[in-house]
Design a protein around this ligand. Structure first.
Ligand SMILES: [Zn+2]
Ligand SMILES: [Zn+2]
Length: 278
């Protein structure tokens, strides 16, 4: 189990790794290009060897690319789906090109449509992205709203049907809380762990974030660990639960307004050491 955080890739991949190193992150997550734009604006990336050396210098062992927020493979709108697929494919190819291990993509939504049909569309999209790449893993992230992939049963149904190790699940603790899982309480954590086990959800990464909004509000609002409605101890006992697959932890917290700081990463690492997971 390793701990890292989201960092800006402004100035390029090597600069991004430097930032991760400054924060003591063993896992570096970044966007390639603007997360809220369809336009692909990534310049020439350094060779994988150069990236690998820079990662080593920075103490980064795993690079994760977060895909654009606009991507929605679940949509009923075929045009939006095509655009989503093209952008995700481009992101996955670029991520593979810099030696990233995985791409995280939000599951998407299809309000009013049958969730099974929506999950089938996601699966078809993912299969096409996997065809266009050879090593990268695609991690589907649970959203803060909707019924397509917001809980263990849905995520299990989505990933299970793909039957490939190149698809996994990224679980965001704030999003789980937003859709109503009481992970701030011991009984609630027990319930989610049992449900994740029952649905055989292939958890491959945690987005460990506290919540700036109350449980069940369906709002995507991250808070610093220990400064939100979930609490530091609750968050760490969930991600450190030994009944779940061991997965790295990435912070996507606001810090002082500029994203995760070294002290945020250090605090979570200390908690996980106490839970004997590091
Ligand atoms: Zn997240
Ligand atoms: Zn979020």
């Amino acid at each position: 189990m390793r701990v890292g955080c989201h960092v800006s890739a402004a100035g390029g991949v090597l600069k991004m790794l430097e930032r991760a190193g400054e924060r003591g992150a063993s896992v570096a997550q970044c966007f390639l290009g603007s997360p809220r734009s369809w336009r692909w604006s990534v310049g020439v990336a350094p060779e994988p060897d150069v990236v690998r050396e820079a990662a080593q210098r920075a103490g980064v062992e795993r690079i994760v690319v977060h895909a654009s927020y606009l991507i929605n493979l679940a949509s009923v709108d075929a045009k939006l789906r095509d655009r989503s697929l093209a952008l995700l494919r481009q992101t996955a190819i670029a991520a593979e090109g810099i030696g990233a291990e995985s791409v995280v993509v939000h599951a998407g939504s299809a309000p009013g449509d049958d969730p099974d049909a929506a999950r089938q569309r996601i699966r078809e999209g993912l299969e096409r992205v996997l065809e266009a790449t050879s090593t990268i893993r695609i991690l589907v992230e649970n959203p803060a709203t909707g019924s397509v992939a917001s809980g263990p049963a849905e995520l299990g149904a989505l990933a299970g049907a793909l039957r490939t190790k190149r698809v996994g699940v990224c679980l965001d603790t704030q999003h789980l809380f937003a859709v109503g899982w009481a992970i701030d309480e011991a009984a609630g954590r027990e319930e989610i762990v049992t449900a994740l086990q029952a649905a055989q959800v292939p958890v491959a990464l945690w987005h460990c974030n506290d919540s700036a909004s109350e449980r069940g509000r369906g709002r995507d609002r991250h808070a610093n660990i220990g400064e939100g409605a979930i609490g530091a101890e609750a968050l760490c006992s969930l991600v450190a639960d030994r009944r779940l697959p061991e997965a790295d932890v990435v912070l996507e917290v606001p810090g002082a307004g500029d994203g995760p700081r070294a002290e945020d990463v250090a605090a979570v690492r200390a908690l996980l050491v106490r839970h004997e997971r590091l």
